[in-house]
Design a protein around this ligand. Structure first.
Ligand code: ADP
Length: 334
């Protein structure tokens, strides 16, 4: 148990009697990089707020570093930093924003060099930025200052909620590098909710898929959304923009989401849906190659071993088939 930084059990959270998060078990090893994916409203921010001890769960326990958060919340909270989706800066200078957390902790030793160092981590020169007021920053700079204000605390766990949404390309790169560096240099555990699946797939050892507040898989699954319709031969299907049909068992309702866990690449023949490879990427978890295939307007992601990629000469632009067993499709229901 000693290597778990988070051990979460029976976690439930309600907003006005509506269950928005329902996680039976979640274990996160110390120093892990965990990516959290899922459509809007699936509970990613709620999970990070609870893991950041910013909100108290309606039910369940979150053990941090072997101890329950209650009654140790105060000590535990200090070791975790959450950067919310829209971090706001205090109405003061950049220096005072970044120094704030250390001042609260009365940790004033070498304050100025530490602030400058934290700014340097996110690509901001202290000389140019330390005295700037909070309102004289671009969106990307604001985000980077917010990150510096957390990095200076050298947290054991850094929780980032859509850290690169709405920021420029340079800031995106600097934010990614700074987060990974914290993990490399201090062993900081990273929990990152992001729509940037490519980044998460490349950096995270674990991907968690949330859907309607539940963990529905490890990010490798393909989720298909309805509407579903009878295909005319007794089966049910989704009709794609290009006229192809993706078959499923009878859905619980026409807008239910289908989870496909066994998609594989196939030849462009027979029952396989035919598509075009849009992207190849390394899957660090398995050492295989993640192949994204556009089928109609749907994207499938399939992990394939490297030898197969080479022997079949698969490159972006290749025509391939995608196959799965409709009988093994499961339904994600509320
Ligand atoms: P995500 O981060 O995946 O977009 P959220 O965790 O923000 O999802 O939201 C999960 C669900 O909880 C959504 O349906 C959202 O509308 C609802 N929700 C989030 N915060 C609140 C709140 N403070 N009050 C009421 N409902 C909320």
């Amino acid at each position: 148990m000693g290597n778990l930084i988070y051990d979460i059990a029976g976690l439930r959270h309600f907003y006005r009697e509506r269950l928005v998060l329902d996680i039976d078990r979640m274990e996160i090893p110390r120093g892990a990089i965990v990516g959290i994916v899922g459509p809007n409203g699936s509970g990613k921010s709620t999970l990070l707020k609870l893991a950041g001890f910013v909100e108290t769960p309606s039910a369940g326990t979150i053990r941090f570093d072997g101890r329950p958060a209650e009654p140790y919340a105060q000590q535990v909270r200090r070791r975790v930093c959450l950067m919310p989706q829209e971090p706001f800066l205090l109405k003061r200078t950049v220096f005072n924003n970044v120094a704030f957390g250390l001042r609260v902790r009365s940790d004033l030793v070498r304050l100025e060099p530490r602030v400058h160092e934290a700014l340097a981590w996110v690509g901001l020169s202290g000389r140019d930025f330390a005295d700037r007021p909070w309102y004289a920053l671009s969106g990307g700079e604001t985000q980077r200052v917010a990150l510096a204000a957390r990095l200076i605390l050298r947290p054991d766990a850094l929780l980032l909620d859509e850290p690169t949404a709405n920021v420029d390309a340079v800031s995106t790169q600097l934010i990614k590098e700074a987060a990974l560096r914290a993990r490399e240099e201090w062993g900081t555990t990273l929990l990152i909710a992001s729509h940037d699946q490519q980044w998460l797939r490349e950096s995270a050892q674990t991907l968690l898929s949330l859907f309607n507040g539940r963990l529905v898989g490890r990010g490798e699954e393909n989720i298909l959304f309805g509407p579903w319709e009878p295909s005319g031969d007794g089966r049910w299907c989704k009709r794609l923009a290009d006229g192809q049909k993706l078959y499923v068992p009878r859905p619980p309702h026409s807008l239910a989401a289908a989870l496909i866990a066994d998609a594989v690449l196939a030849d462009c023949s027979g029952d396989a849906a035919s598509g075009v490879v849009t992207r190849l990427g390394l899957d660090p978890g398995t050492g295989g190659v993640m192949v994204s295939v556009g089928v109609g307007r749907q994207t499938f992601t399939v992990v394939v071993n490297r030898r197969e990629i080479i022997s079949r000469g698969i490159t972006p632009g290749s025509q391939v088939g995608v196959e799965y067993d409709p009988a093994k499709v499961s339904w994600i229901t509320e």
